[in-house]
Design a protein around this ligand. Structure first.
Ligand SMILES: [Zn+2]
Length: 500
């Protein structure tokens, strides 16, 4: 019989804990809708007690998503558990995920508690959570560094109190595949009531082994795996969803009788969405979703792939949703052709949104002859951002040259008014950013600025990515235009909009 690996996605919780990744509430909802389309079984939507924003996100996602299980995180504290239950009350399939550290180092330095106190705390918390939610998952935090005997005892206790899933976290990314395998095998052999629960794994990538460790866990009998899209997460990140799903699919010979319900054709689109919402660029050499993952540079390889694809290609790019053509549309292309192409690229919009994108497309097609897929993706991604932009770009004028002080005048729509300010600066971009600062009144420090060409050709759109520090937070923004100065202004405003 075939056995399913439950995919527990924590992009919205652990993923969002990645430094600088903070998402707005609308962005979280949009991502949750895409995760459901991708076919994930469980969506960990947030940590409700952490902030009112997290609470609202979990509550809204719980009320909107019907198929996937919606999960909220809680520590073993009454306040956490009650808040999580409240946030989940609208969910059709709610799950509460409670966690408590079990390793000696955490017990000694974090809690200053003895093992029997930890056991009592886990018992009380699981019992309380079970009363408020039918589906409880328990994580003994730092499990891979915990004393095995004590770990078995904790697992047995929480299962006896009604936990249906026990998740084994390699919280600090310290383990390696054989060790993870033997840990899961030992849990199966030594916890008497283990057949009453699903074993899950949660691996971090500090040593680059998150996906390998998770897969070892599966081979040893784990039937749920925690992962994130593009592998984002705390520090070096979590196990990446696309890698787990594609290993199970590609290596059916070794992962016998195992499957996931991931619709792999949605992988690329989901990866793009996560990258554009968080501002985290996917490295070109990233497995499955990197720009070069299916690019063959060597002539010998190219020749062989053309003769028979699987000489050098173990996966079909179409299976992960990559279907690219070169030149697509020009200024004579109609709205229908645009909508069709957007759909091919994975963007399904309402007629109203297609109209908005079509207007922008016409303006772009006037500026550049050939509109490529990457141009369309940039336009579409602008539309997938939250509707409510507090400040929006209108226009920019700048004077610059070798022997003059650069000046820029920026016009924005801000708080429903059209406003203009000008400033001088070290360069035209600096002048532009100073002018925006005057209008918005926010102190932002530019941490990094990157410019790349979106497609080929002298008329290619420039894509600008910026990282700003506002108060203590780092925020990312991106903007594209055939005019580099305009792209720079849009990227700056994109980042500002996340904070004002
Ligand atoms: Zn984690």
């Amino acid at each position: 019989m075939k056995e399913k690996i439950i995919i527990f996605d924590t992009t919205l919780r652990d993923g969002e804990q990645a430094p600088g990744a903070s998402l707005t509430f609308e962005q979280k909802l949009e991502l949750a809708i895409q995760l459901e389309r991708l076919g994930v079984d469980v969506i960990e939507a947030g940590f409700p007690v952490a902030s009112p924003g997290d609470f609202k996100a979990v509550e809204t996602i719980a009320g909107s998503i019907k198929k996937s299980i919606i999960c909220g995180l809680a520590r073993c504290l009454s306040k956490d558990i009650e808040t999580a239950a409240k946030a989940l009350h609208k969910a059709r399939n709610p799950r509460m995920h409670i966690f408590l550290a079990t390793s000696k180092i955490h017990l000694k330095y974090k809690f200053r508690k003895a093992e029997d106190e930890i056991l009592a705390l886990a018992t009380r918390a699981t019992r309380k959570a079970r009363k408020l939610c039918p589906d409880i998952e328990f994580s003994p935090e730092d499990a891979t560094r915990s004393d095995r005997k004590f770990l078995f005892k904790v697992i047995e206790t929480v299962i006896a109190q009604g936990a249906k899933t026990v998740n084994i976290p390699d919280t600090v990314g310290y383990s390696y595949p054989q060790e993870m395998y033997s840990l899961i095998a030992d849990i199966r052999d030594n916890v008497p009531n283990i057949n009453k629960a699903v074993i899950s794994v949660h691996c971090h990538d500090d040593l680059g082994l998150a996906a390998a460790n998770s897969l070892s866990g599966i081979l040893a009998g784990a039937r749920q795996v925690h992962c994130t899209v593009n592998g984002i997460g705390e520090r070096a990140g979590n196990a990446s969803l696309e890698e787990i799903a594609m290993v199970v699919k590609t290596r059916k010979d070794s992962f016998k009788n195992i499957f996931t319900s991931i619709n792999t054709k949605e992988i690329f689109r989901t990866s793009r969405l996560v990258s554009s919402l968080t501002g985290f660029v996917v490295p070109p050499n990233k497995a499955i979703v990197g720009k070069n993952a299916f690019a063959h540079e060597s002539g010998i390889h190219q020749d062989a792939v053309l003769k028979k694809r699987n000489t050098y290609e173990i996966m079909n790019p179409k299976d992960v949703g990559i279907d690219k053509s070169q030149i697509v549309l020009g200024k004579h292309s109609g709205r229908h052709a645009l909508a069709k192409r957007l759909e091919k690229l994975g963007f399904i919009f309402s007629d109203k949104k297609v109209n908005t994108i079509f207007k922008k497309f016409k303006i772009l097609a006037d500026k550049k002859k050939e509109v490529f897929d990457d141009d369309l993706i940039a336009l579409a991604e602008e539309e997938t951002k939250p509707l409510e932009k507090k400040c929006e770009f209108v226009s920019i004028k700048s004077i610059t040259g070798t022997d003059i002080v650069p000046e820029a005048a920026v016009t924005l729509r801000y708080k429903n008014k059209v406003v203009t300010a000008s400033s001088s600066g070290d360069g035209p971009i600096d002048a532009c950013y100073r002018a925006i600062d005057k209008l918005v009144g926010v102190k932002a420090k530019l941490i990094s600025y990157k410019l790349e060409a979106l497609t080929i050709g002298k008329d290619a759109q420039g894509l600008v990515r910026v990282e700003l520090k506002i108060n203590k937070d780092n925020v990312f923004g991106r903007g594209a235009s055939t005019d580099v100065l305009e792209a720079s202004a849009k990227a700056y405003l994109d980042a500002l909009n996340k904070k004002i």
